[in-house]
Design a protein around this ligand. Structure first.
Ligand code: ARG
Length: 468
C-alpha cells in the first residue's frame, strides 16, 4: 500500500527531512475508513469556500474554481474513479490534493482559516446527521410493522409473564405495543441527539480560532447547522455527540435483543406462540426438522458489539486534554460500526415483523393455563367487600383445590368455589375467563382490546406526525 521512498506528505511535509516509515504510514492513515465521509467533507469545503469569498478572504475566481473542482471530485468519488492514497493520510488531504491537481494554486488556498481539526469535527457531525436520518427511517418502518400487527392482534389473548411465569392474560396487540413504546423512546433519543449535535465547529480552526475575518454564522447556515459551536477549544475536541449516538444505539440494541429473545422463545416447539417467516430463518445441516430463528439470534448477538463500541468511545475520550488529539481518529471505526450494525438489525426486523404469524389458538390455550385469572378472582372478592389480603388467602386455597382436582379455576364447580368464601355467586364465571380478565383492564395503558385499539390509533398518529 505504501512506498517509503516517496516524498513525505505534501500537505504538512515542509519541516520534515525524511519520509514516514512505511509501516507507520499505514498505522497513521485513516483514509481507509474516513473516506466514507467524503461527501460531507466536500459539503463542508463548499460552504467554507463560499464564506471565504463572501468575506473577501479569497477571490471569487478562486472560489469558483474551488467549487467546480470539488464538484468534479464528488463525481469521481460517486463513479468510483477517485484514486485514494494512504500516503495522503486521510479523506481531507486526499480531496485537497486532488483539488490542487485539478485547479492549481486556488486549491491550495481552500485551507485558509481552517484546520483539519475543525474540518473533521464538522464532517463527523454532518455524517451523523445523515446516519441518524437513515436509522430513524428503518426504525420507523419497524414501528409501522409493529402497529399493523398490533392492530390485527388487538384481541388475541396470550399469557402475560412476570419472572417468565404465567402471570395474567394479556392481549398480543398490547405486548406488541409495549415494544412500540420502547422504539418510540429510541426514535426520540435519536432526534434529541441530532438536535444537540447540530452545531458547526467550522471556524474553530486548529483550536483557538483564526486571524481571518471569517463568518461562522454563515458557514453554519450554509450547512444547515443551527448555530456555530460556542467555544473553539470545545468545538475541535468535543465528541460527546458521537458517544451519545453510540449510547442511543446501545439502548436500541438492548431493546431489539429483548424482542429477539421473546421471538426466539415464542417460536420454539415448546411455546409455538408465533411462526417466523421461512425467509427469515435457516435450517440445520444435520437435523432436518429444524427451523432456526437465526436472524433474531443474530440481532440479539450483535448487541455485544454495539455495547462494546459505546465503551470504546467513552474510554477513547477519557482524560484527553484539550483540545484536539490524534486519539480522536480512533472515534470513527466504532462509531461507524455502531451505525451500520444498528441499521442492519433494524432493517432485518423491519422486514420480518409484518410476516410474523400469531398462533392464536395456542396462545389462548396457554393463557388459560397456570391459573392466570387468580388475581381477577381476588379482585372479584374485594369488590364484594372482602379485604384484599383475605381475598389473596382465599384465592390461594382455591388454586390449591384446582391443582388437587387437576382443573382450571373456571372448571371448578360453584360449590367448590364457595368452599372458602360464601360471597361467591354464579357471576364469578364471567370473571374467571381470560376474555373477562383482559376486558376488565379497560383503562388508559391497560391490556383490554378496546384500549389496544385506541393505542394503535395513537401510535399511527405518532408515526405520521413526529417526523422531526
Ligand atoms: N484524520 C484525522 C482524524 O480523524 C483528521 C484530523 C487530523 N488533525 C491533526 N492535527 N492531525 O482525527
Amino acid at each position: 500500500m505504501t512506498d517509503s521512498n516517496k516524498k513525505t506528505n505534501q500537505q504538512w511535509g515542509g519541516r520534515f527531512s525524511e519520509s514516514m516509515d512505511g509501516f507507520i504510514l499505514d498505522f497513521n492513515e485513516s483514509v481507509s475508513f474516513d473516506r466514507r465521509m467524503a461527501f460531507d467533507d466536500i459539503a463542508g469545503s463548499l460552504a467554507h469556500a463560499t464564506m471565504l469569498a463572501e468575506q473577501g478572504i479569497l477571490s471569487s475566481e478562486d472560489v469558483e474554481k474551488i467549487h467546480s473542482g470539488l464538484k468534479q471530485i464528488r463525481e469521481e468519488i460517486a463513479n468510483g474513479a477517485f484514486h485514494w492514497s494512504a500516503e495522503l493520510e486521510d479523506v481531507h488531504m486526499n480531496i485537497e490534493a486532488r483539488l490542487t491537481e485539478l485547479i492549481g494554486i486556488a486549491g491550495k488556498r481552500l485551507h485558509t482559516g481552517r484546520s483539519r481539526n475543525d474540518q473533521v469535527a464538522t464532517d463527523i457531525r454532518l455524517h451523523l446527521r445523515g446516519a441518524i436520518d437513515s436509522l430513524r427511517e428503518y426504525l420507523r418502518q419497524m414501528m409501522h410493522g409493529l402497529v399493523d400487527l398490533a392492530e390485527q392482534e388487538y384481541n388475541t389473548i396470550m399469557p402475560g409473564f412476570t419472572h417468565l411465569q404465567s402471570a395474567q392474560p394479556v392481549t398480543f396487540g398490547h405486548h406488541l405495543l409495549a415494544w412500540f413504546e420502547m422504539l418510540k423512546r429510541d426514535d426520540q433519543r435519536l432526534l434529541d441527539c441530532r438536535r444537540r449535535l447540530n452545531q458547526s465547529p467550522l471556524g474553530a480552526a486548529a483550536l483557538a480560532g483564526t486571524t481571518y475575518p471569517i463568518n461562522r454564522q454563515r458557514t453554519a447556515e450554509l450547512l444547515d447547522f443551527d448555530k456555530p459551536c460556542a467555544n473553539s477549544l470545545d468545538a475541535v475536541s468535543d465528541r460527546d455527540f458521537a458517544i451519545e449516538l453510540c449510547s442511543v444505539n446501545a439502548i436500541m440494541a438492548m431493546h431489539l435483543s429483548r424482542m429477539a429473545e421473546e421471538l426466539i422463545v415464542w417460536n420454539s416447539v415448546q411455546f409455538q406462540f408465533v411462526d417466523l417467516p421461512d425467509r427469515f430463518c435457516t435450517g440445520s445441516s444435520i437435523m432436518p426438522q429444524k427451523k432456526n430463528p437465526d436472524i433474531a439470534e443474530l440481532v440479539r448477538g450483535k448487541t455485544g458489539r454495539v455495547y462494546g463500541h459505546l465503551m470504546a468511545m467513552l474510554t477513547l475520550m477519557k482524560s484527553q486534554p484539550l483540545a484536539y488529539n490524534k486519539d480522536n481518529q480512533e472515534d470513527k471505526e466504532p462509531l461507524f460500526d455502531s451505525i451500520d450494525t444498528m441499521a442492519a438489525c433494524l432493517r432485518a426486523f423491519a422486514g420480518m415483523i409484518p410476516h410474523i404469524r400469531a398462533n392464536r389458538k395456542i396462545m389462548h390455550q396457554t393463557a388459560k393455563a397456570g391459573f392466570a385469572t387468580a388475581t381477577d378472582l381476588a379482585d372479584y372478592l374485594v369488590k364484594k367487600g372482602v379485604a384484599f389480603r383475605d381475598a389473596h388467602e382465599i384465592v390461594g386455597k382455591t388454586v390449591a383445590l384446582a391443582i388437587a382436582k387437576q382443573c382450571a379455576l373456571d372448571e371448578l364447580s360453584l360449590s367448590d368455589l364457595q368452599a372458602y368464601s360464601e360471597v361467591i355467586t354464579e357471576d364469578v364465571f364471567a370473571v374467571l375467563t381470560v376474555e373477562g380478565s383482559v376486558n376488565a383492564r379497560n383503562h388508559f395503558g391497560g391490556t383490554a382490546p378496546a384500549q389496544v385499539k385506541t393505542a394503535v390509533a395513537k401510535a399511527k398518529a405518532y408515526l405520521t406526525q413526529s417526523q422531526s
